[in-house]
Design a protein around this ligand. Structure first.
Ligand SMILES: NC(=O)C1=CN([C@@H]2O[C@H](COP(=O)(O)OP(=O)(O)OC[C@H]3O[C@@H](n4cnc5c(N)ncnc54)[C@H](OP(=O)(O)O)[C@@H]3O)[C@@H](O)[C@H]2O)C=CC1
Ligand SMILES: N[C@@H](CC=O)C(=O)O
Length: 434
């Protein structure tokens, strides 16, 4: 059997990089047999040469000079699993300009500077592939780019961050504290180097921007995404949601609307109450799931492990094989042209809302609050009172309402003397009216 050697320069050997090295070792012969390529991890760049690693690497392979790896004439293809903007940006651009395909798991880079990176790849006529950047091991980018290239995609809704899904599952199911659950997620290799990116929704926003760009063929950057994280959620919110028949999930939602002036795109990431019978409610721990709604294809669901070394390495390896085959055949897959997007702001979007508040123990308090909702055109679908007297806590679930109307309602309610405190406000997704 004749195989073509493909020499890989690996940038980063942490959770994903080390799992990738192990996976290539395990799958090498089978890949050679099936695809006639001989994958060789020739050089590996890391920050700290003396750090203990999950894989044994020859001293001659390991270096702290990532630029030298990219510019090494003996490297055919570059895998970037360092993360962050710099030095990942200049390393990626240098590799592409040198005519080397780049496989990236770096959603932060692609969601902020994707246009520059895609243009550099197009100019050089080489691949930039990034299946691992969104939803870990789940094949999502390639189906959106290729299988659904002709589809009119209307909406994508999903759980795209494994860390926060893990934390929310552990808090809701095992009553583990937020801090403990996050520490576990870090230990398991799910979290970003700075886990604030997960907890505050930045990681999910980056992924949502990439999804929206590919699904709708428009340029959406991380800053276009409305974002709320899970740090403000309390164990009480989760247990109260459960009592009402909901599960709290951090969702990424990308929607496309046709208007007389052209298409508008809305992309948001926020915690949401999902009815417990909805398939997203059953997505637990580090698993992710993404629903794609297309005009012709109808509904599709993608489900699998969204974080962790092995699943992510699997996505990286798939891209490596694709790029290696393209390289040996003198081809590259091109990203479709991305047009400018008109972003619809969160203020104009409709949702159902869950709102909890503490009322003063006064006659007519409830009627006063309900009157304010009515005055702002926000109608109440369900209302429950928990506790009595000074302990009374009121929970409202609204019918679908526009965000700006709900925010004005809340501002007016907060000013009422009969309201001691407005607590959590969560959007309800997957109900009859959303
Ligand atoms: N973990 C996951 O589940 C997933 C991660 N990703 C993405 O994959 C990428 C990597 O994630 P992960 O493996 O978890 O991160 P880690 O922090 O575990 O690994 C990062 C690696 O990059 C190396 N590195 C950092 N800076 C430099 C530098 N300047 N030059 C050379 N090497 C450098 C580090 O070196 P050293 O080891 O010496 O510190 C480390 O080996 C990120 O973009 C992340 O968002 C995507 C999907 C899932
Ligand atoms: N930190 C990320 C890793 C995968 O992208 C997550 O938790 O989803």
């Amino acid at each position: 059997m004749t195989t073509t050697p493909v020499r890989i320069g690996l940038l980063g050997c942490g959770n994903v990089g080390a799992a990738f090295v192990q996976l290539v070792e395990r799958r090498h012969d089978e890949i050679a047999n099936r695809h006639q390529i001989d994958l060789q991890i020739t050089r590996v760049a890391v920050r700290n040469l003396s750090r203990e690693r999950a894989v044994d690497l020859d001293e001659a392979v390991l270096t702290h000079d990532a630029d030298a790896v990219v510019h090494d004439p003996d490297i055919d293809l570059v895998v970037e699993v360092i993360g962050g903007i710099e030095p990942a940006r200049h390393l990626t651009l240098s590799a592409l300009k040198a005519g080397k395909p780049v496989i990236s798991a770096n959603k932060e880079l692609l969601a902020n500077l994707g246009a520059e990176i895609y243009e550099a790849a197009g100019d050089a006529g080489v691949d930039i592939l990034f299946e691992a950047a969104v939803a870990g091991g789940i094949p999502l980018i390639r189906p959106l780019r290729e299988s659904l290239a002709g589809e009119d995609i209307r909406r994508v809704v999903g759980i795209v961050n494994g860390t926060t899904n893990y934390v929310l599952s552990r808090m809701a199911e095992e009553h583990v504290s937020f801090g403990e659950a996050l520490a576990e997620a870090q230990e398991l290799g799910y979290a970003e180097r700075d886990p604030t990116a997960d907890v505050e929704g930045f990681d999910a926003s980056a992924k949502a921007a990439i999804i929206a760009s590919i699904a709708f063929g428009v340029q959406v950057v991380a800053g276009d995404v409305y974002r709320e994280g899970i740090a403000e959620l309390t164990p009480g919110d989760l247990s109260f949601a459960a009592r009402l028949g909901y599960v709290v999930k951090l969702l990424a939602i990308a929607e496309r609307f046709d208007t007389p002036d052209g298409a508008e795109v809305a992309v948001r990431v926020h915690p949401a109450m999902v009815p417990e019978h909805h398939p997203l409610a059953a997505v637990r721990e580090s698993f992710n799931a993404v629903f794609v709604e297309g005009a012709a294809v109808g509904d599709l669901m993608f489900y699998g492990r969204g974080a962790g070394g092995d699943p992510t390495a699997s996505a990286v390896l798939g891209d490596v094989i694709d790029a290696a085959l393209n390289l040996t055949n003198g081809r590259a897959s091109r990203l479709s042209r991305l047009s400018e997007a008109t972003i619809r702001p969160i203020d104009d979007l409709r949702s159902e809302y869950y709102i909890n508040m503490d009322l003063a123990d006064r006659p007519g308090a409830l009627a006063t609050v309900a009157g304010v909702f009515g005055d702002h055109g926000v109608s109440i679908r369900a209302m429950e009172q928990e506790g009595m007297g000074a302990e009374a806590r009121l929970v409202f679930i609204t019918h679908g309402a526009v965000e700006s109307a709900v925010q004005s309602t809340l501002a007016a309610v907060r000013d009422l003397e009969v309201v001691d405190r407005v607590g959590s406000v969560l959007r309800v997704v997957g109900g009859d009216d959303s």
